[in-house]
Design a protein around this ligand. Structure first.
Ligand SMILES: [Zn+2]
Length: 342
């Protein structure tokens, strides 16, 4: 999977590719349950999710009973594993497990807290469970990078967002003007910065990071939206990241090609970042994190809807290939054009 720093999340996999016959991960929905050294330390028949770090018995995965068991373990006020449970999480992966159900897992002691910022330990997670919606929240800015032709659509899209977030920044691919433009008849919470994209998506996003007023920033493209539930949860997840010393959060992106959900899901995008974080990479830009992936985690409850047309998908691969040869990601194009399946 694509991690913020481009490295593998866990120990090197023993198998080159995930076992596609296994179901998707019951936590993050990735089709990425694979053999790994870490999984093999638990049992030869166990697998690791290359996205979120869940360890699970392959037979239990295939049986389809893990989601119910996970729900049962999260149902009380305190999460802990039974010795014979067919899945394993330590503090770091327990955080994502709880978020996948709209919950917060709070480590119960210093050892558990240390494990949160030092994945992956062998120490099973023990955590107090609370509803995410009842947890602390911090304000979040929104940055949208776009082209001039996107502005009229954005105005409609940002209306509902403006009632939840109070700092909306648009970075538009245009020759620069002096300072930001206050749009005359738009909500006053929206500011527009004009600067040329010049083929450098990271630089465009970084201009947005600098423009934002809050410590946490969600970055979207003009063809991406977030729903009410994600909007409401953003500030709570950002506060949770602060509490755990994390700088970057991965959101699950749903690609819809001509309206059809693509098999390329969750398509994790590290788009909720502290303002100080900077992106790197002209295309397929991602946050540059000093501590690598350990400075980040996945929040499966935060979803970006990405609206694409088939023609756009095919053009995009060609354009990226031209900007940065080898980065056209033809495999990604093929996955985008395959309808979603469990
Ligand atoms: Zn997973």
């Amino acid at each position: 999977m694509t991690l913020p720093d481009g490295t593998e999340r866990s120990a090197a996999p023993l198998a080159a590719a995930p076992e596609t016959r296994l179901p998707r991960c019951p936590v993050c929905r990735a089709r990425d349950m694979r053999k790994s050294e870490r999984a093999a330390r638990h049992h030869a028949a166990w697998r690791e999710c290359g996205h979120c770090g869940l360890l699970a018995d392959a037979a239990a995965l295939a049986s389809g009973r893990l989601p119910t068991l996970i729900d049962a373990r999260l149902a009380g006020e305190r999460f802990s594993l039974a010795p014979d449970d067919p899945f394993f999480v330590e503090s770091y992966s327990a955080r994502t497990l709880a978020l996948s159900r709209g919950l917060v897992a709070s480590p119960v002691n210093d050892e558990q807290r240390a494990a949160l910022s030092n994945p992956y330990t062998e120490c099973p997670a023990i955590a107090d469970i609370h509803p995410l919606a009842a947890s602390p929240a911090v304000p979040v800015s929104l940055v949208v990078i776009c082209r001039p032709g996107d502005l009229s659509n954005l105005r409609d899209q940002l209306g509902p967002v403006a009632s939840v977030l109070d700092d909306l920044c648009i970075v538009i691919d245009e020759p620069p003007t002096a300072g930001t433009i206050p749009p005359a008849d738009w909500p006053e919470t929206i500011r527009i910065l004009q600067r040329p994209l010049a083929g450098d998506f990271a630089a465009q996003r970084n201009a947005g990071q600098e423009m934002a007023r809050h410590d946490w920033v969600l970055q979207l493209d003009a063809d991406e939206t977030v729903g009410e539930e994600t909007l409401a949860a953003l500030g709570h997840v950002a506060a949770l990241a602060d509490a755990g010393g994390c700088l970057s959060v991965g959101l699950a992106r749903r690609n819809r090609v001509d309206g059809v959900l693509s098999d390329l899901f969750p398509d994790i995008q590290y788009r909720l970042n502290r303002r100080v974080v900077r992106y790197a990479g002209k295309v397929h830009e991602r946050p540059a994190l000093a501590g690598g992936w350990r400075d980040s985690f996945i929040a499966p409850n935060l979803v970006i809807e990405h609206h694409l047309s088939r023609a756009h998908v095919e053009r995009r691969s060609e354009r990226y290939e031209a900007l940065q040869p080898g980065k056209g990601r033809l495999f990604e194009r093929d996955a985008l054009l395959t309808p979603y399946a469990d």
